[in-house]
Write a protein that binds this ligand. Structure first.
Ligand code: HEM
Length: 427
């Protein structure tokens, strides 16, 4: 696709293939410069506001509850084409019923978030550090003798699944099946995960995961353990246990939220480091045991990759944003991938700077819905990066990474890498 030939009004940011085949940076740069709050006349019928500048995106997140809702139409553009005529479908009704933390507003959101936060706070995370390091080394050890692997599937995708499964205490034999459901939900347009139409694929993924999580959370309500599904089983809203629906959809949210996003952030960052910015990779090899440097590198992976391309809100009142009059009920799409390249906020935004000192990126959003797993994700990435730098300093790309066709998760599906084969590292 020739970016220069695209007129802003013809732009179809809602086409998943757009992110797979084209580099959206040019068009997003033009939007930031020429029309940062852009009434996007989607070919699918329902227009929405595309918000592309950092200050406006942050304003929207900061005013969740008061001016914007995640619940009315969900926290992201709906998957599939039927939203041209947006009659609430099954998925939409679930969002509107507040079935998931990310799609709830006001007090119920704040209360449920509080009930489920414990495992993402500092003391729990510190206790996880050694487990993460062991899992990361095991994953890398598995590929070391081969001298090549698919970094996306064999490394970056395995750590988040292993870790969230550990936190939820999901039996090992179920991980692969659940991971497939998560892919079907995240990238239903991708031919590799297709099972029926785009909508059918997404629904099969969603219901496979929700059914599984509901069953396990109900069992743990009776026989609690020390895990996130037991926390879900025990959580109460207004003095009542969560319904089966809320158990299932929040279980799905935790399983998926930690998977695609962390995988994509790691892939995006490492692809850049071993593809374009090899000097940065060399510099990091020296600093691999410096926690502060590796922490900064993990954050830069998130800014750089912006794994959630966008989020969405519905205006709950008339509000002015960037000189545009937004009406109550309008959809407002916050393009994280654009805010994180804003020239007015980030020095050299198109440069991957692993040691970036001032990095207030919005890759984890901001405000009441700020990513609950942000510190866990940072820790996972920091540790995996240092294990890689230690164990495979000669990591290099073997061909171009393959981008997944998803509108929500900007990510790499396959990324062949090679290195000198060697024996696993003793733990
Ligand atoms: C690099 C990795 C990650 C990225 C880029 C990321 C990004 C985000 C973003 C942008 C949001 C805000 C959505 C919105 O405002 O509508 C969010 C919310 C959330 N994330 Fe993450 N996430 C990551 C990893 C994780 C992990 C590891 C977990 C947990 C296992 C997690 C759990 C959540 C949850 C539960 C929410 C909903 C919070 C709420 O609505 O109060 N995320 N994430």
């Amino acid at each position: 696709m020739e970016a220069a030939s695209i007129e802003l009004d013809e732009l179809n940011l809602t086409d998943p293939a757009f992110f797979a085949r084209a580099d959206p940076d040019d068009i997003l740069r033009r939007l930031r410069r020429d029309d940062p709050v852009h009434w996007t006349a989607s070919k699918l019928g329902r227009p929405y506001w595309s918000v592309t500048k950092y200050e406006h995106v942050k304003h929207v997140y900061a005013n969740d509850y008061t001016q914007f809702s995640s619940q009315r139409w969900g926290p992201a553009l709906p998957v599939g084409m039927d939203w041209a005529n947006p009659v609430p479908g099954d998925m939409m009704s679930l969002f509107q019923a507040g079935a998931q933390l990310a799609a709830m507003d006001n007090e119920p959101h704040a209360n449920l978030r509080r009930a489920l936060s414990r495992r993402f706070l500092r003391p729990s995370l510190l206790a996880l550090e050694e487990t993460i390091r062991r899992l990361a080394q095991e994953i890398v050890n598995d590929v070391l003798p081969r001298g090549e692997c698919d970094f996306a599937q064999d490394i970056a995708g395995r750590l988040p699944i292993a870790l969230i499964s550990h936190i939820m205490d999901i039996p090992r034999q179920d991980w692969d099946r659940l991971a497939r459901y998560a892919y079907m939900n995240a990238a239903p347009a991708d031919p590799e995960f297709r099972d029926g139409t785009v909508e059918e694929t997404a629904f099969k993924g969603v219901f496979g995961l929700t059914e599984y999580c509901t069953k396990l959370a109900l069992e743990r309500r009776k026989n609690p353990g020390d895990d996130l599904l037991s926390d879900l089983g025990a959580a109460k809203l207004d003095g009542e246990y969560l319904s089966d629906l809320l158990l299932g959809f929040n279980g799905l949210a935790f399983f998926s939220a930690g998977h695609e996003t962390t995988r994509n952030a790691l892939c995006g960052g490492v692809a850049q480091l071993i593809g374009q910015d090899k000097d940065e990779w060399q510099r990091l090899i020296e600093k691999r045991n410096d926690t502060a440097v590796m922490h900064a590198a993990a954050d830069e992976c998130v800014r750089w990759s912006s794994p959630l391309t966008h989020n969405m809100r519905t205006a709950t009142c008339d509000v002015e944003l960037g000189g545009k009059q937004i009406r109550e009920g309008d959809w407002v799409v916050t393009w994280n991938c654009s805010a994180n390249r804003d020239e007015d906020v980030f020095e050299a935004p198109y440069t991957f700077d692993a040691g970036r000192a001032n990095n207030p990126h919005l890759g984890f959003a901001y405000g009441p819905h700020t990513c609950l797993g942000a510190n866990l994700a940072r820790m996972e990435m920091r540790i995996m990066l240092s294990v890689l730098l230690e164990s495979v300093p000669d990591l290099e790309l073997d061909g171009e990474p393959e981008i997944a066709a998803s509108l929500i998760f900007r990510g790499i599906k396959r990324m062949k890498v090679r290195f000198e084969p060697r024996a696993p590292v003793l733990q």
